[in-house]
Design a protein around this ligand. Structure first.
Ligand SMILES: [Zn+2]
Length: 120
């Protein structure tokens, strides 16, 4: 799963993985054409806190992760309709946060730029 700081960025990545979504537990559906403007509006009107970020699953579902922990899946990709998505974000499997100090890491980083820990 990849973290994103805005819904627009998450949506732009998600549209490369899926071409349809439904919103959480509702029957409301979205396509590429409706997802991107919605994401833009959401960022403008309701930006997320610094401690939160959006996640995109391998199948293109979009979730909101709060405090780098609980995941609230917002847009479920059609292909993942029946998939059980994780409800907790695991930094270790994604290597997006330093295991020593918890600092957010740049993609592909070999060392934590906060504490210098070597990363796998
Ligand atoms: Zn660190």
């Amino acid at each position: 799963m990849k973290p994103f700081n805005s819904l627009r960025e998450a949506a732009e990545y998600a549209v490369t993985l899926s071409d349809g979504w439904h919103f959480a537990n509702t029957s409301e559906t979205y396509e590429k054409e409706s997802l991107l403007p919605l994401a833009q509006t959401s960022d403008e009107e309701d930006p997320i806190d610094e401690d939160n970020f959006y996640l995109v699953s391998s199948g293109g579902s979009i979730g909101l992760c709060e405090d780098a922990e609980d995941i609230d899946w917002l847009f479920i990709a059609n292909a993942e309709k029946d998939t059980v998505l994780p409800d907790v974000y695991s930094a270790s499997t994604d290597n997006c946060f330093c295991s020593q100090c918890g600092h957010r890491l740049a993609p592909g980083a070999n060392f934590c730029d906060e504490c210098g820990a070597k990363l796998n």
